[in-house]
Design a protein around this ligand. Structure first.
Ligand code: BES
Ligand code: MN
Ligand code: ZN
Length: 502
């Protein structure tokens, strides 16, 4: 369960809690502010730890002190904020994450914290509060659903966090930031859960049900297209991929502010391959299990739609998530097949493992009916994205510099990094087909870019950006506020982007 958040005006030294979190910039010998107040109440205990050389204030460093009755808190966690010159929202999230993980390892059932960086270094208290909640909540994320006992060393994390602010003037903005942080972190967890679910559970039908339930909960319009409607629409690319699976495709259409034609329309598209075996162009079995995350783009779109609804952004936002399974079978599509999308555009299949671009080819055609101001798709599209950028940054492609720059700015703010790649027309030569308009694979050369050129062929003249998130969707190691496994990458980026659009 996600951590509950409460904001309270008061003096930090008077707060009763299992774990009280204060902070320290690197190099500070005599702490001020809330940390200074706690230090004085503890008769200089924090100064003593610093003087002993046991606390430098490095980002994410933690030290635990026991107040022995000097204040009502049972423990004090001092967390390092790093260099004040490098301090930003990402540092806030990392510091909050480190404190939360320390609180969990101590078995704290609740925690209280100050907002890291409220009013320092150009951060607004609202953004800092949001980041404090995000870092705390996201760091404590787990997926224990299929374990009778939670994983070995893991204790249950704190269930509640209280943000304590001394200045009554700041409380309303901190409340607003904390509320947004809670909505966004819960939406990231929603996306992570969908990616973590095994593919025997998270079938296209099940993911459509989850989308529907979520939509009802938060007040989104939801429509689910199945075989009859998909055939009616002529979504040949999507149906081609779906041919080999007994789990039939489900195309989810979500709308926030449906029918509000006074508002600008943004369409979000997410690749939703519930499992990617490669199809007839079968993948090697090594690491194939990871292809359960091949619906991470769709999960990010669903998570973002959830947050957008709860934040009630003044935009008309459409979320398109085609859910399809890519399996080999007697009925499966094959290399050399020619398929057409719902607009009659054609593609020759070279590899049935280049399936994501096919289902997106239909979703990008469908996006046109909303007359969008911008269309943004997220997809675990290529192995070459992982080779190029790893899990640190998504590859960004766009036909619109203004949109690309907005995404870049959101990427810097959220720590969900992107790096722009070229969409030069010369690359389209690599996916020329002798029998159709384009082919779905162009060989090893520039394969990251040719996947984007393939998608571009199926766009309809609107402003468009494509994010290849094959690496960022998953982390093998786990770090900071991204525990090992599904990252929920894209939810925070999209929400930030759309909040800036308004
Ligand atoms: N889902 C994969 C891409 C992928 C690979 C995501 C590794 C995450 C980690 C995608 O459908 C795929 O198989 N792409 C092929 C395309 C190729 C056949 C043109 C690839 O990148 O190898
Ligand atoms: Mn594939
Ligand atoms: Zn795939």
């Amino acid at each position: 369960m996600a951590i509950e958040v409460e904001v309270r005006q008061g003096n930090i030294v008077e707060v009763e809690t299992d774990a009280l979190v204060v902070n320290l910039f690197k190099g500070v010998k005599v702490p001020g502010g809330a940390t200074g107040a706690v230090d004085r109440a503890l008769n200089g205990a924090i100064r003593e730890v610093i003087a002993a050389g046991d606390l430098e204030g490095k980002l994410g460093e933690t030290v635990v002190l026991y107040p022995r009755g000097a204040i009502p808190a049972r423990r004090v966690i001092v967390v390092g904020l790093g260099e004040s010159s490098k301090f930003d929202l990402e540092a806030v999230r990392k510091a909050a994450a480190a404190a939360a993980q320390r609180a969990r390892s101590l078995g704290a059932r609740d925690m209280a914290t100050i907002v890291h960086g409220a009013g320092i270094g150009g951060l607004s208290p609202e953004d800092a509060a949001q980041a404090t909640v995000e870092g705390t909540s996201l760091a404590l994320y787990r997926f224990p659903k299929y374990q009778q006992k939670p994983n070995n060393e893991e204790k249950k994390g704190p269930e509640r966090m209280t943000i304590v602010e001394f200045s009554a003037d700041k409380v309303p903005v901190i409340e607003a930031g904390a509320r947004a942080g809670k909505i966004i972190a819960d939406s990231v967890a929603f996306a992570r859960d969908l990616v973590m679910e095994p593919p025997n559970v998270a079938t296209p039908a099940e993911l459509a049900r989850r989308a529907q339930t979520m939509a009802e909960d938060v007040g989104l319009k939801c429509e689910v297209l199945t075989d009859p409607q998909l055939e009616e629409l002529g979504m040949g690319l999507l149906l081609g991929v779906a041919q080999g699976s007994a789990n039939r495709p489900h195309f989810v259409v979500l709308e926030h502010n449906a029918g509000r034609d006074d508002l600008p329309t943004i369409v979000l598209v997410g690749k939703g391959i519930t499992f990617d075996t490669g199809g007839i162009s079968l993948k090697p079995s090594r690491d194939m299990w990871k292809m359960k995350h091949d619906m991470g783009g769709a999960a990010a779109v669903l998570g973002a739609m959830r947050a957008i609804a709860l934040l009630d952004l003044p935009l008309h936002v459409v979320g398109l998530t085609p859910f399809v399974e890519n399996m080999p079978d007697g009925r499966a599509y094959r290399p050399a097949d020619v398929l057409h999308n719902m607009k009659g555009k054609t593609a020759e299949i070279i590899s049935t493992d280049a399936e994501g671009r096919l289902i997106l080819g239909d979703a990008l055609g469908y996006a046109a009916r909303f007359n969008p101001k911008a269309v943004i798709d997220l997809a675990t599209l290529t192995g070459s994205q992982v080779i190029a950028l790893g899990s640190l940054a998504a590859a960004l492609f766009s036909n619109d510099d203004d949109l690309a720059n907005r995404i870049w700015a959101s990427s810097r703010r959220t720590g969900e990094w992107v790096w722009r790649m070229p969409l030069w027309d010369e690359y389209k030569d690599l996916i020329k087909s002798d029998v159709a308009e384009v082919k779905n694979a162009g060989g090893r050369e520039a394969s990251l870019t040719t996947s984007a050129k393939f998608l571009e062929h199926f766009t309809e003249g609107y402003s468009w950006a494509h994010l290849d998130i094959a690496g960022p969707v998953w982390t093998d190691k786990g770090k900071d506020y991204r525990p090992k496994g599904a990252t929920g990458y894209g939810v925070r980026l999209l929400v930030d982007l759309l909040r800036q659009f308004t």
